[in-house]
Design a protein. Sequence first.
Length: 261
Amino acid sequence: MRLSVENVYQKYGDFDVLNDISFSSGSGEVVALLGPNGSGKSTLIKTICQLLPPSSGQVTVNGESLSDIDPTERAKLIGYVPQSFNYASFTTVLDTVLIGRRPYVQWSYSDEDLDMASKALETMNIINLRDKFINELSGGQRQRVFIARALTQDPHFYLLDEPTSSLDLRHQLRTMKIMRKLVRSEGCGMIIATHDLNLVLRYADRVVVLKDNRVYAFGRPEDVLTPTTVHEVYGVESSIVKSEQGLFILPYDSSDEPFDA
Ligand code: ADP
Ligand code: MG
Protein backbone atom coordinates (compact mmCIF):
# COMPACT_ATOMS: atom_id res chain seq x y z
CA MET A 1 0.00 0.00 0.00
CA ARG A 2 1.17 3.52 -0.66
CA LEU A 3 -0.01 6.73 0.95
CA SER A 4 0.65 9.75 -1.24
CA VAL A 5 0.40 13.40 -0.30
CA GLU A 6 -0.18 15.16 -3.60
CA ASN A 7 0.29 18.93 -3.94
CA VAL A 8 -1.45 19.58 -0.65
CA TYR A 9 -2.24 23.14 0.49
CA GLN A 10 -3.77 24.11 3.81
CA LYS A 11 -5.02 27.43 5.23
CA TYR A 12 -6.17 28.81 8.57
CA GLY A 13 -8.33 31.73 7.41
CA ASP A 14 -6.01 33.77 5.19
CA PHE A 15 -2.85 32.17 6.54
CA ASP A 16 -1.25 29.68 4.14
CA VAL A 17 0.17 27.12 6.50
CA LEU A 18 1.05 24.40 3.98
CA ASN A 19 2.14 25.15 0.43
CA ASP A 20 2.35 22.45 -2.21
CA ILE A 21 3.36 19.53 -0.01
CA SER A 22 4.10 16.28 -1.85
CA PHE A 23 5.72 13.06 -0.71
CA SER A 24 4.74 9.44 -0.34
CA SER A 25 5.13 6.64 2.12
CA GLY A 26 5.03 2.93 1.35
CA SER A 27 4.25 -0.20 3.36
CA GLY A 28 7.05 -1.23 5.67
CA GLU A 29 8.42 2.30 5.85
CA VAL A 30 8.87 4.76 8.70
CA VAL A 31 8.73 8.38 7.49
CA ALA A 32 9.81 11.07 9.95
CA LEU A 33 8.37 14.57 9.76
CA LEU A 34 10.74 17.28 10.97
CA GLY A 35 10.61 21.06 11.17
CA PRO A 36 10.75 23.85 13.73
CA ASN A 37 7.82 24.78 15.99
CA GLY A 38 5.04 26.23 13.89
CA SER A 39 6.33 24.80 10.60
CA GLY A 40 3.10 22.87 10.07
CA LYS A 41 3.84 19.29 11.17
CA SER A 42 0.69 18.88 13.25
CA THR A 43 -1.38 20.59 10.57
CA LEU A 44 0.02 18.26 7.92
CA ILE A 45 -0.76 15.19 10.01
CA LYS A 46 -4.34 16.40 10.62
CA THR A 47 -4.65 17.16 6.92
CA ILE A 48 -3.45 13.69 5.95
CA CYS A 49 -6.01 12.02 8.21
CA GLN A 50 -8.73 14.40 6.91
CA LEU A 51 -9.49 15.98 10.27
CA LEU A 52 -8.71 19.11 8.26
CA PRO A 53 -9.47 18.38 4.60
CA PRO A 54 -6.82 19.98 2.35
CA SER A 55 -7.74 23.37 0.87
CA SER A 56 -6.36 21.99 -2.37
CA GLY A 57 -4.53 18.83 -3.48
CA GLN A 58 -5.30 15.38 -2.12
CA VAL A 59 -4.10 12.49 -0.02
CA THR A 60 -4.49 9.06 -1.61
CA VAL A 61 -4.07 5.47 -0.51
CA ASN A 62 -3.28 3.26 -3.47
CA GLY A 63 -4.58 5.98 -5.77
CA GLU A 64 -7.93 6.41 -4.02
CA SER A 65 -8.55 9.81 -2.41
CA LEU A 66 -9.05 9.57 1.36
CA SER A 67 -11.81 12.17 1.10
CA ASP A 68 -13.85 9.63 -0.88
CA ILE A 69 -13.56 6.96 1.79
CA ASP A 70 -16.17 6.94 4.57
CA PRO A 71 -14.93 7.64 8.11
CA THR A 72 -15.33 4.09 9.44
CA GLU A 73 -13.30 2.61 6.58
CA ARG A 74 -10.81 5.45 6.93
CA ALA A 75 -10.34 4.56 10.61
CA LYS A 76 -9.29 1.05 9.55
CA LEU A 77 -6.72 2.57 7.22
CA ILE A 78 -5.32 5.33 9.43
CA GLY A 79 -4.58 5.50 13.15
CA TYR A 80 -3.80 8.96 14.53
CA VAL A 81 -2.08 9.80 17.79
CA PRO A 82 -2.46 13.56 18.44
CA GLN A 83 0.20 15.75 19.98
CA SER A 84 -1.92 16.81 22.94
CA PHE A 85 -5.04 15.48 24.49
CA ASN A 86 -7.89 17.54 25.86
CA TYR A 87 -9.51 14.36 26.82
CA ALA A 88 -12.46 13.70 29.10
CA SER A 89 -10.63 12.13 31.97
CA PHE A 90 -13.35 10.07 33.59
CA THR A 91 -12.57 7.03 31.50
CA THR A 92 -10.25 4.22 32.42
CA VAL A 93 -7.11 3.27 30.54
CA LEU A 94 -8.74 0.07 29.26
CA ASP A 95 -11.87 1.88 28.00
CA THR A 96 -9.73 4.48 26.27
CA VAL A 97 -7.70 1.84 24.47
CA LEU A 98 -10.82 -0.15 23.55
CA ILE A 99 -12.10 2.87 21.59
CA GLY A 100 -9.49 1.85 19.01
CA ARG A 101 -11.75 -1.12 18.15
CA ARG A 102 -14.76 1.06 17.39
CA PRO A 103 -14.44 0.89 13.57
CA TYR A 104 -14.72 -2.92 13.79
CA VAL A 105 -17.33 -3.34 16.50
CA GLN A 106 -20.81 -4.65 15.63
CA TRP A 107 -22.92 -4.44 18.81
CA SER A 108 -20.46 -4.67 21.65
CA TYR A 109 -16.78 -5.44 22.16
CA SER A 110 -15.88 -9.08 21.50
CA ASP A 111 -13.30 -11.21 23.32
CA GLU A 112 -10.99 -10.57 20.40
CA ASP A 113 -11.32 -6.78 20.87
CA LEU A 114 -10.51 -7.16 24.57
CA ASP A 115 -7.57 -9.40 23.70
CA MET A 116 -6.18 -6.82 21.29
CA ALA A 117 -6.56 -4.05 23.85
CA SER A 118 -4.80 -6.12 26.53
CA LYS A 119 -1.99 -6.99 24.14
CA ALA A 120 -1.49 -3.31 23.28
CA LEU A 121 -1.42 -2.41 26.98
CA GLU A 122 1.25 -5.06 27.51
CA THR A 123 3.25 -3.87 24.51
CA MET A 124 3.26 -0.31 25.86
CA ASN A 125 4.09 -1.55 29.36
CA ILE A 126 0.94 -0.12 30.97
CA ILE A 127 -1.08 -3.24 31.72
CA ASN A 128 -0.72 -2.44 35.45
CA LEU A 129 -2.54 0.86 34.79
CA ARG A 130 -5.53 -0.63 32.98
CA ASP A 131 -8.16 0.29 35.58
CA LYS A 132 -6.79 3.73 36.42
CA PHE A 133 -8.49 6.89 35.22
CA ILE A 134 -6.73 8.86 32.50
CA ASN A 135 -6.47 11.94 34.74
CA GLU A 136 -4.51 9.92 37.31
CA LEU A 137 -1.64 9.29 34.90
CA SER A 138 1.61 11.10 34.21
CA GLY A 139 2.08 12.75 30.80
CA GLY A 140 4.31 9.94 29.57
CA GLN A 141 1.94 7.22 30.79
CA ARG A 142 -0.94 8.97 29.06
CA GLN A 143 1.06 9.21 25.85
CA ARG A 144 1.61 5.45 25.99
CA VAL A 145 -2.16 4.91 26.45
CA PHE A 146 -2.86 6.76 23.20
CA ILE A 147 -0.19 4.81 21.34
CA ALA A 148 -1.80 1.63 22.72
CA ARG A 149 -5.15 2.86 21.41
CA ALA A 150 -3.66 3.26 17.93
CA LEU A 151 -2.15 -0.24 18.12
CA THR A 152 -5.58 -1.60 19.09
CA GLN A 153 -7.05 0.14 16.07
CA ASP A 154 -4.68 -1.96 13.92
CA PRO A 155 -4.57 0.46 10.95
CA HIS A 156 -2.49 0.26 7.77
CA PHE A 157 -0.90 3.63 8.42
CA TYR A 158 0.06 5.20 11.72
CA LEU A 159 0.20 8.99 11.96
CA LEU A 160 1.98 9.87 15.18
CA ASP A 161 2.41 13.47 16.30
CA GLU A 162 5.44 13.72 18.61
CA PRO A 163 4.52 10.43 20.29
CA THR A 164 7.71 10.16 22.33
CA SER A 165 7.95 13.78 23.54
CA SER A 166 6.96 12.98 27.14
CA LEU A 167 8.53 9.54 27.39
CA ASP A 168 11.57 8.63 29.45
CA LEU A 169 14.63 7.32 27.61
CA ARG A 170 13.76 3.65 27.93
CA HIS A 171 10.21 4.17 26.68
CA GLN A 172 11.35 6.41 23.82
CA LEU A 173 13.69 3.76 22.49
CA ARG A 174 11.30 0.92 23.26
CA THR A 175 8.37 2.65 21.57
CA MET A 176 10.34 3.41 18.42
CA LYS A 177 11.71 -0.13 18.31
CA ILE A 178 8.23 -1.64 18.76
CA MET A 179 6.72 0.64 16.11
CA ARG A 180 9.44 -0.05 13.59
CA LYS A 181 9.23 -3.79 14.17
CA LEU A 182 5.47 -3.61 13.65
CA VAL A 183 5.89 -1.61 10.46
CA ARG A 184 8.35 -4.20 9.13
CA SER A 185 6.47 -7.33 10.21
CA GLU A 186 2.92 -6.22 9.36
CA GLY A 187 3.90 -4.17 6.33
CA CYS A 188 2.09 -1.09 7.57
CA GLY A 189 3.35 2.48 7.20
CA MET A 190 4.15 5.15 9.72
CA ILE A 191 4.53 8.92 9.60
CA ILE A 192 5.94 10.38 12.78
CA ALA A 193 6.45 14.04 13.67
CA THR A 194 9.33 14.55 16.05
CA HIS A 195 12.17 16.83 17.13
CA ASP A 196 14.44 13.94 18.04
CA LEU A 197 16.98 13.83 15.23
CA ASN A 198 18.77 10.86 16.75
CA LEU A 199 15.62 8.74 16.87
CA VAL A 200 15.13 9.70 13.22
CA LEU A 201 18.66 8.62 12.29
CA ARG A 202 18.17 5.33 14.05
CA TYR A 203 14.61 4.38 13.13
CA ALA A 204 13.34 6.28 10.09
CA ASP A 205 13.67 5.15 6.48
CA ARG A 206 12.78 8.53 5.02
CA VAL A 207 12.52 12.03 6.35
CA VAL A 208 10.41 15.01 5.27
CA VAL A 209 11.70 18.36 6.51
CA LEU A 210 9.27 21.31 6.58
CA LYS A 211 10.50 24.87 6.51
CA ASP A 212 8.67 28.11 5.65
CA ASN A 213 5.45 26.17 4.94
CA ARG A 214 7.08 23.98 2.27
CA VAL A 215 8.99 20.73 1.93
CA TYR A 216 12.60 21.75 2.41
CA ALA A 217 14.01 18.25 1.92
CA PHE A 218 12.82 14.65 1.47
CA GLY A 219 15.14 11.67 1.48
CA ARG A 220 17.10 9.20 3.56
CA PRO A 221 17.92 10.48 7.06
CA GLU A 222 21.67 10.04 6.63
CA ASP A 223 21.56 12.10 3.41
CA VAL A 224 19.17 14.80 4.62
CA LEU A 225 20.35 15.35 8.20
CA THR A 226 23.58 17.22 7.59
CA PRO A 227 24.93 20.10 9.71
CA THR A 228 23.90 22.42 6.85
CA THR A 229 20.27 21.27 6.98
CA VAL A 230 20.20 21.42 10.77
CA HIS A 231 21.57 24.95 10.61
CA GLU A 232 19.22 26.16 7.90
CA VAL A 233 16.14 24.59 9.44
CA TYR A 234 16.70 24.93 13.19
CA GLY A 235 19.31 27.74 13.27
CA VAL A 236 21.76 25.78 15.41
CA GLU A 237 25.18 24.27 14.78
CA SER A 238 25.72 20.54 15.03
CA SER A 239 28.34 17.85 14.74
CA ILE A 240 27.80 14.40 13.31
CA VAL A 241 29.43 11.74 15.42
CA LYS A 242 30.10 8.22 14.22
CA SER A 243 29.92 5.52 16.87
CA GLU A 244 29.59 1.75 17.04
CA GLN A 245 25.83 2.36 17.37
CA GLY A 246 25.70 4.39 14.15
CA LEU A 247 25.51 8.12 13.42
CA PHE A 248 24.51 10.68 16.04
CA ILE A 249 23.84 14.39 15.80
CA LEU A 250 25.00 16.68 18.59
CA PRO A 251 23.34 20.09 18.29
CA TYR A 252 24.86 23.11 20.01
CA ASP A 253 24.34 26.86 20.12
CA SER A 254 27.40 28.90 19.22
CA SER A 255 25.65 32.28 18.97
CA ASP A 256 26.09 35.05 21.55
CA GLU A 257 22.61 36.39 20.98
CA PRO A 258 20.28 35.81 23.93
CA PHE A 259 17.33 34.80 21.77
CA ASP A 260 16.56 36.01 18.28
CA ALA A 261 13.41 34.15 17.26
P1 ADP B 1 4.04 22.37 14.30
O1 ADP B 1 3.26 21.15 14.64
O2 ADP B 1 5.08 22.13 13.25
O3 ADP B 1 4.63 23.04 15.51
P2 ADP B 1 1.43 23.50 13.61
O4 ADP B 1 0.93 22.70 12.48
O5 ADP B 1 0.86 23.21 14.97
O6 ADP B 1 3.04 23.44 13.64
O7 ADP B 1 1.19 25.03 13.32
C1 ADP B 1 1.59 25.62 12.10
C2 ADP B 1 1.17 27.08 12.09
O8 ADP B 1 -0.24 27.17 12.04
C3 ADP B 1 1.61 27.88 13.30
O9 ADP B 1 1.96 29.17 12.87
C4 ADP B 1 0.37 27.91 14.17
O10 ADP B 1 0.36 29.08 14.97
C5 ADP B 1 -0.75 27.92 13.15
N1 ADP B 1 -1.95 27.23 13.63
C6 ADP B 1 -2.02 25.98 14.14
N2 ADP B 1 -3.27 25.63 14.44
C7 ADP B 1 -4.04 26.71 14.13
C8 ADP B 1 -5.44 26.98 14.22
N3 ADP B 1 -6.31 26.07 14.68
N4 ADP B 1 -5.87 28.19 13.78
C9 ADP B 1 -5.01 29.11 13.30
N5 ADP B 1 -3.68 28.92 13.19
C10 ADP B 1 -3.19 27.74 13.60
MG1 MG C 1 2.96 20.10 16.37
